[in-house]
Design a protein. Structure first.
Length: 106
């Protein structure tokens, strides 16, 4: 499965509870087709004290969302944009935004 979104990309949520929110991709799971975006789909978990968290209590964390619900943010256009594959001068495959033609991979 070829994915147009990679780790550390700036994306905009286009569907769901956090629609319109912009954030950075932290994790991409290719098998399930889900991504974890910084500051999106935050939930509170009530945890018992354990080795990792001596205190316990309420912890806020991000949960994965479907990759189809996010779109790459084109900084040149200031809007979300679709991504297509193109070739650079060396003949290598690169990701290119459809709106402005900005090359994402250098």
């Amino acid at each position: 499965m070829a994915l147009s979104i990679k780790k550390n990309d700036e994306v905009v949520v286009i569907a769901g509870r956090d629609k319109g929110t912009k954030g950075r991709v932290l994790v991409v799971n290719r098998e399930t087709g889900r991504v974890i975006v910084e500051g999106v789909n935050r939930v509170k978990r009530h945890t018992k004290p354990n080795q990792k968290n001596q205190q316990g209590g309420i912890i806020e964390k991000e949960l994965p969302i479907a990759i189809s619900n996010v779109m790459l943010f084109d900084s040149k256009a200031g809007k979300p944009s679709r991504v297509r594959m193109g070739k650079n001068k060396d003949g290598n495959k690169v990701r290119v935004t459809v709106k402005t033609g900005t090359v994402l991979d250098s």
